[in-house]
Design a protein. Structure first.
Length: 138
C-alpha cells in the first residue's frame, strides 16, 4: 500500500475513494488525505462532479420518457376498455341490434348517399333478407 498506488487508482483508474479504501484495506479518510495532496485533485473532483451531473440528468430523462410511455399505454388501454363497455351496453340493450348500431358495427358495408340522406348497403358484398338495405340518417 503505497501513496503512488492510491494516487494511480484514483486519477488513472478513476476508482472511488470508498473502493480504493476497501481494496487497500485502509480508511477512506486516509485515502482522501493522500489524494488531496496531489495538485490534480480539484480538477479531477470537478470532472467527476460534472460526469455525475450528466448521468443524473440522463437517468432523469429516461425516467420521464418511461413514465410518459407507461401513461400513453395506460390511456390507450383505458380507451379500448371504454369502447368495449360501450359496445357491450349497446349490444345488451335489446335482443337485437338497431339498424343504426348494425351500421356502426359494419361501417365498411354501408355508404352514405347525401341526396337521399341515408346509408345504403353495398350490394357487391351480398345481402341476406335480414340485413337492412337502407338505413335513414338520424
Amino acid at each position: 500500500m503505497s501513496k503512488e498506488n492510491i494516487i494511480d487508482l484514483f486519477f488513472n483508474e478513476h476508482l472511488k475513494i470508498k473502493e480504493i479504501a476497501e481494496k487497500e484495506n485502509v480508511s477512506s479518510a486516509y485515502i482522501t488525505k493522500v489524494i488531496k495532496q496531489d495538485n490534480r485533485y480539484n480538477k479531477e473532483k470537478e470532472k467527476r462532479k460534472e460526469t455525475s451531473s450528466k448521468n443524473r440528468k440522463n437517468a432523469q430523462n429516461q425516467f420521464i420518457k418511461a413514465k410518459r410511455e407507461n401513461k400513453r399505454i395506460e390511456d390507450n388501454y383505458s380507451f379500448v376498455q371504454e369502447q368495449h363497455r360501450q359496445a357491450s351496453r349497446e349490444l345488451s340493450k335489446s335482443g337485437h341490434l338497431s339498424n343504426e348500431n348494425y351500421r356502426k358495427f359494419n361501417i365498411s358495408a354501408y355508404h352514405y348517399n347525401p341526396s337521399k340522406r341515408r346509408y345504403e348497403f353495398d350490394e357487391n358484398l351480398g345481402r341476406s333478407y335480414a340485413i337492412p338495405k337502407y338505413i335513414k340518417e338520424r
